[in-house]
Design a protein around this ligand. Structure first.
Ligand code: HEC
Length: 125
């Protein structure tokens, strides 16, 4: 009887350990996997990055942290694309103001997402 419980418990532990390592394995693959930065679009790809990292200082009604620089909305963002400051700032290129201000550089995947959109003509798409 005791032995039976032990075997069952051991089996259960083994299954748990296996399924845990499997889940972890697939998450690792997803996390470190491919970064798709082809055909990036303004609304679906660029805006979420800006929302998470930039609108805190550059959002509508929320520009106190940047001295009034508004980047929310296509028409407001566009001039900073045209003058090269958007890409220069997020790439931390020499001579530009590194953004997000006072915070670590964005992950390469997010920078490349924005660069792809810019290189494809920065459409309001
Ligand atoms: C903590 C506040 C803060 C955050 C977050 C922030 N910025 Fe800024 N941003 C500033 C300030 C302050 C300035 C004005 C810098 C200056 O003129 O010295 C600025 C200026 C800018 C400008 C205007 C051009 C220039 O360099 O003067 C652009 C474009 C810009 N930021 C892009 C971004 C982008 C893109 C993000 C998100 C990836 C971002 N910022 C996140 C504070 C912030």
């Amino acid at each position: 009887m005791t032995k039976g419980i032990c075997t069952a418990a051991g089996l259960l532990l083994a299954i748990l350990a296996l399924s845990y390592s499997c889940t972890k394995g697939s998450q690792d693959v997803l996390g470190g996997g491919t970064c798709d930065t082809v055909g990036m679009k303004y609304a679906t790809d660029v805006v979420p990055i800006l929302t998470n990292n930039c609108y805190g200082c550059h959002g509508t009604g929320n520009t106190a942290g940047s001295g009034g620089i508004l980047l929310e909305g296509y028409a407001n963002l566009r001039p900073y694309v045209v003058d090269g400051k958007l890409v220069g700032n997020i790439s931390h290129a020499p001579g530009y103001n590194p953004m997000p201000y006072g915070l670590p550089k964005l992950p390469d995947c997010e920078i490349n997402t924005i660069i792809d959109w810019v290189n494809n003509g920065y459409l309001n798409n």
